[in-house]
Design a protein around this ligand. Structure first.
Ligand code: HPA
Ligand code: ZN
Length: 338
């Protein structure tokens, strides 16, 4: 009973549902891969690169984040980036992950779709083998690019349908509403993909409505600004549409001014199905446990809150009902013995 909240968080079995694989790419590994691929990085050292991770908004982050991917050329590079993240998850008692990847960031640089997805997929297969961890892939369309490019990406993905659970929507939100991709998402659903979308991070509540009404999303990624609209909050609560919330991302990208003002607790009080996630852990100063711990301290979350958030992470996942029950039993067992 004397276990600290920090220790309780570190040990509790949990799932990560909102993480961009390109956002897990740590500077040390970036430099290592740059060297073996003979590619020059704009920054002189890991320290100098880390110093550049100071953002005023989403776009400032995205510019650096897309830049960082330019060293990824071979299947092995994508494997190594993914495997480093898997090892981190394992060390944090994360037992299931649903991971975004941005194929257009790579195909636009002349890298084959197959190279990207095969490298990532092989690491996920190994995660299952080595650690008994489960993982699913979500393919994101870059919303600052046009509909036609998204259609082409969807076309590329069809040969790899079995490896991809869902499609999503990320990148610069404002000015690129979900409605821009309504037809692409319809086609993706016809092909059997589930759908999610980033909405309400910087964009208005209307974008969250559009994601639900036009893209049929099973989850909203971020969703912070949904709280500005009472009818929307009511719908999210009533339908238990999950929000994948990313506290340290929100802080670093100035969606919130300080963690003490983070809306997570308000979301929970409104009976929303919320989960805590890391988004781009290499850029935002923490992986999943750090997101839980820093937010727990800022908002005075209790062990009961953490227990609920861990269960939410499985309930909001794309696992089958039987798998959810099995994972939630592990959360229950942990809670009982701690
Ligand atoms: N928002 C939009 N696009 C992204 C993000 C994000 O937080 N992270 C990586 N791509
Ligand atoms: Zn994100």
């Amino acid at each position: 009973m004397t276990m600290t909240i920090e220790k309780f968080i570190n040990g509790i079995p949990k799932a990560e549902l909102h993480v961009h694989i390109e956002g897990t790419f740590e500077p040390e590994l970036m430099f290592k891969i740059a060297q073996r691929n003979n590619i020059k990085i704009k920054f002189k050292s890991v320290e100098e690169l880390r110093k550049a991770y100071d953002f005023n908004n989403l776009q400032e982050f995205l510019d650096i984040y897309y830049d960082g991917t330019s060293v990824l050329i071979h299947e092995q590079d994508f494997y190594d980036m993914t495997w480093a993240y898997i090892e981190k998850l394992h060390s944090q008692n994360v037992i299931h992950a649903e991971i975004f990847f941005d194929p257009q960031t790579h195909t636009d640089r002349g890298i084959q779709f197959s190279t990207v997805i095969t490298g990532i997929h092989k690491a996920l297969i190994n995660a299952e083998k080595e650690f008994g961890m489960s993982a699913k892939l979500i393919m994101c369309f870059l919303r600052h690019l046009d509909e036609e490019q998204a259609f082409q990406t969807l076309e590329h993905s069809l040969a790899y349908k079995d490896w991809i659970e869902a499609v999503g929507l990320d990148s610069s939100e404002v000015g690129h509403p979900p409605s821009k991709f309504q037809r692409v998402f319809k086609k993706a659903q016809d092909e059997g993909f589930l759908t999610v979308a980033h909405a309400g991070e910087e964009g208005p509540p209307e974008y969250v409505w559009e994601a639900i009404d036009l893209l049929n999303v099973a989850r909203i990624d971020h969703g912070n600004r949904a709280l500005e609209d009472d009818a929307l909050v009511q719908l999210l609560a009533q339908k238990q549409i999950p929000l994948t919330v990313c506290p340290l991302s929100n802080l670093k990208l100035r969606v919130v001014d300080k963690l003490k003002n983070h809306p997570l607790k308000r979301m929970m009080n409104n009976n929303l199905l919320v989960t805590i996630n890391s988004d781009d852990p290499a850029y935002f100063g923490g992986h999943l446990n750090e997101n839980y711990i820093k937010l727990a301290k800022a908002l005075y979350l209790t062990k009961g809150d953490i227990y609920l958030l861990a269960k939410n992470s499985f309930n909001a996942s794309f696992l089958s009902d039987a798998e959810k029950l099995n994972y939630i039993k592990q959360v229950d067992d942990y809670q009982k013995q701690s």
